[in-house]
Design a protein around this ligand. Structure first.
Ligand code: GDP
Length: 301
């Protein structure tokens, strides 16, 4: 975890350094405030939250009458933390119910890191002594099911997939949940296709998967995987997916490759759904639960 934190801190350091330098000046005048605003916007915090934060910060600095950079930084951290909202429930629905597994659906556009994330989540659950089963319902790309099964083998969990190219995704998902119930596993994680170019088709497909799965068991968690490096594009994707399925949590991947961590705030605002996990690399251990305070520290320190 320390390693992950360090990596996150490194990726966000540009922002932290920028803010630190700005806040270290003798006089925080309008130009400095403008620069602070710009720095936050560049970190993808979003226009509205940025303006709100800067307004609040200005007001508090004025009320306190302190220009001590250390103090201003503390205030900035408090304001950022409020935006990230530490009160949101970020727990995963990963506990077995009395008589059935917990069912997790993972959605997102191709290339965001969906398969990798599923592998990482499975690994975390296995480390917690949970029995996990994967369902390869992305049947559109032949390689997708193979890739998922490879991750499964890597972390030691079985994968239910179809050998037929272009098999019905909902039926693969159904079979996976059926197997999960029969084998009395704790969690079934279902991978899905992410062809955003055909919104209606995607909507039909994800909706159908959910309906068919729910003939056997309710879907407990729908995780939307977003690539932190894609900025506004990621926000648009989030919007489309949340119209299609009831997203219960966000996984923000590739935070190791960007200083735009502010996107967490923008996404949560837009969807009203918490970021639950963050991806910080390509390896099996490069996943961490999202921790609001740790995140703000990494952003500003
Ligand atoms: P999918 O198409 O959404 O299933 O995406 P994949 O899981 O195949 O991932 C696409 C690429 O992103 C692969 O090269 C992954 O190794 C890489 N990737 C996934 N998550 C992360 C992450 O958190 N950080 C970095 N740097 N790369 C990642």
């Amino acid at each position: 975890l320390a390693r992950l934190r360090e990596r996150l801190a490194r990726s966000n350091n540009a922002l932290g350094k920028g803010l630190l330098a700005l806040l270290s000046q003798d006089k925080i005048d309008d130009d400095v405030w403008d620069e602070i605003e710009e720095t936050l916007l560049l970190a993808d915090l979003g226009t509205e939250p940025t303006l709100e934060l800067v307004e609040n910060l200005k007001r508090r600095v004025k009320v306190e009458g302190s220009r001590d950079p250390e103090r201003v930084r503390t205030l900035l951290k408090e304001e950022l933390l409020a935006l990230v909202d530490p009160t949101m429930d970020r727990s995963l629905a990963d506990d077995r119910h009395d008589n059935r597994p917990s069912i997790m659906m993972v959605v997102g556009v191709n290339g965001v890191g969906k398969t990798t994330t599923i592998g990482k989540i499975a690994r975390v659950l296995v480390a917690e002594d949970k029995d996990v089963l994967l369902g390869a319902a992305d049947t559109f790309r032949a390689a997708a099911a193979e890739q998922l099964a490879t991750w499964g083998a890597r972390v030691g969990v079985p994968t239910v997939k179809s050998d037929i190219d272009g098999a019905d995704p909902a039926s693969v998902a159904f079979e996976a949940v059926k197997a999960g119930i029969e084998q009395e596993v704790d969690v079934v994680i279902i991978d899905t296709a992410g062809r955003l170019q055909n919104k209606v088709g995607l909507m039909d497909e994800l909706g159908k998967i959910k309906r068919v799965v729910e003939k056997q068991a309710e879907v407990d968690e729908v995780l939307l995987v977003l690539d932190a490096t894609t900025g506004q594009n990621g926000l648009n994707q989030a919007k489309v997916f949340s119209e299609v399925v009831n997203v219960t949590g966000i996984v923000l991947t590739k935070l190791d490759g960007t200083a735009k961590g502010g996107i967490v705030v923008a996404i949560q605002r837009q969807l009203g759904v918490p970021v639950k996990l963050i991806g910080l690399g390509e390896g099996p251990d490069d996943l961490a639960p999202f921790d609001a305070q740790g995140f703000v520290d990494a952003l500003v320190d």
